[in-house]
Ligand binder design. Sequence first.
Ligand code: FMN
Length: 436
Amino acid sequence: MERKYPHLCDPIRVGNVTFRNRMFSAPMGGTDIENDGCIGPKSTAFYEYRARGGAAAVTVSELMVHPATDGSHAYHLDESILNSLARAAYTADAIRRHGAIPSIELSHSGMYAGTYMTDKNRSLGLTRWSADDSVRADGVPVRALTRELIDEITSAYGHVAALCKRAGFEMLMVHAGHGWLLNQFLSPMYNHRADEYGGSTENRCRFVIQVLKVIRAAVGPGFPIELRLSGAEFVPEGYDLDEGIKIARILEPYFDILHVTAGTYQRTFGITHPSMFEAHGRNVYLAEEIRKHISKPVAAIGGLSDPEQMEEIIASGKADIVYMGRQLLADPELPNKVISNRDDEIVRCMRCFVCMSERAVTSTRRCAVNPIIGREDEGFEISPAPVKKRVLIAGGGPGGLSAALTAARRGHYRNCNQGHLPGTPCRHGHMSQRPC
Ligand SMILES: Cc1cc2nc3c(=O)[nH]c(=O)nc-3n(C[C@H](O)[C@H](O)[C@H](O)COP(=O)(O)O)c2cc1C
């Protein structure tokens, strides 16, 4: 079969790992994070869904490396907690059994610790740590990390990285973008330190280098380490693309894949997660420019959902890998559809942010165009209805169309607007068992 999108389907080898194609799944948060930070079964099923759909790598969301100074919203991995390692291992297994590479993101929220915490009392009691002593825009005080704490957090990255490998993850993504702790050190917007961690670009990179080195020591050679970096911050006080390129060059010896994202969660949300008012792929130029200055593989992300556009990104050398976040909620089967030339069947993400907003309110993950999201563990089988009925769908939006499709797959009769009874023909001469 001649493939319509051969470059997207091309495998890529990084370190000791071969990825089956160039379509990777971005970290998309955790939902049923258990009270002790374990990965809940719904999250495992949520990430498994993307592996089943054909993505080459599936990245599990933010694992908090140092709970003592983070106290945030994310998963932990802690061998003193019963089942912590087991839960992570079952998640890695679930991804791998469909042929995808299980990856997991290591993160620290720094001054934004507690962002997603539902327990607001506990959240208010947290000490927030960052590069500087400061006060957040919402009045929350932030303390500068001491060198001792920087060293302690660095060691925690190594410790957790080793546990991730032990649990069966085959790649790690280190989050140094989107305004979280490592980004806070890289950015002149947050970092005004006078010691060797502040000032020049080289100094601001020091903490990230320390972290990447310790992770390498923990996972050994050949194990892919991916660095997630904002290519530019899009605010005057932050770094621009020129400095993004400089940062990438300084950090290049320590990562295997550079994942170029954009902006910060707190200041440029609609760029970091390009809203429907932004062009598809509006941040790809950052990856393209940075790729001209480094030799390691570069990944692009941001509002990508069109196979033709993604094929062009790879074919023209703008990036080596494309990542999708929301699109793989709307249609986790996109990679399989691309591979089998069924791209006309792809359900496209509307970038409506139901996925984001629903979690804030109910801690569930939902998608306006994919009713399976958040219900992955309830099974994918559409069983035949024991009693066939005529079904009236009120409303022709994405929900209504999905309901109609499911009803038809269950074997219900399509509605005949002549309203004839079962066993009697309508004015078209159709029996009610037949579609009119
Ligand atoms: C619901 C949701 C959850 C997300 N969770 C994470 C996360 O845990 N870690 C992270 O680094 N990025 C997270 N992101 C950002 C995505 O990984 C991605 O960078 C962003 O959505 C842009 O890609 P897209 O346009 O393909 O969705 C999340 C985005 C959304 C919409």
